[in-house]
Ligand binder design. Structure first.
Ligand code: S3P
Length: 171
């Protein structure tokens, strides 16, 4: 099986959905943020605080490259992983890429404030979500398999992806 890669903005349910999907597909699940944290032995928040976003983005690309050496996995990425052209190519070539989406209000409800997400820290996280999402929208729109998750459980989203994967595999 090809890798199944789940991208999309923070709070769209990439990790929980990815775990469910890996259970349905009976394959390993890998979270790129968790790989970055292991590489540095630090939380994402502390990496941002101590070394800054550019440093985090370098680690993120290294983690993506490392994980994509293997096949047959469900991979969830960080919400900013598609920002760099280099990563976009790696992720598009590295498997079947999906993008989860949700409205800013739903994302806000799910992340409940910043929740360990440095980019949403400070005042008015909902406004930050709106702004960052609108800056990135065109990049997320480039992904051909897009799944809207408002009002859907991670199980429902995972089942939908599972169905698409099976249909594509059958071709
Ligand atoms: C980021 C999303 C986060 C994490 C980091 C940056 C982003 O991952 O990689 O805080 O730029 O959108 P999640 O999407 O899993 O929250």
């Amino acid at each position: 099986m090809r890798n199944i890669i789940i991208s999309g903005f923070m709070g769209t349910g990439k990790t929980v959905t990815g775990i469910k999907l890996s259970q349905y597909l009976k394959c390993p699940f890998i979270d790129i943020d968790a790989v970055v944290e292991e590489m540095e032995m630090k939380s994402i928040s502390n990496i941002f605080k101590e070394k800054g976003e550019d440093y985090f983005r370098k680690l993120e690309t290294q983690a993506i490259k490392r994980v994509l050496k293997r096949e047959g996995q469900v991979i969830s990425t960080g919400g900013g992983s598609l920002l760099k052209q280099e990563n976009r190519k790696l992720l598009k070539d590295g498997g079947l890429l999906f993008c989860l989406s949700a409205s800013p209000e739903e994302i806000y409800r799910r992340v409940g404030g910043a929740g360990g997400r440095p980019l949403l820290e400070g005042k008015d996280p909902l406004n930050k979500i709106r702004m960052i999402l609108s800056e990135r929208q065109s990049i997320y729109n480039e992904v051909s398999h897009s799944i809207e998750t408002d009002g859907k459980s991670p199980e429902e989203v995972a089942k939908r992806i599972f169905k698409i994967v099976k249909e594509l595999e059958g071709k």
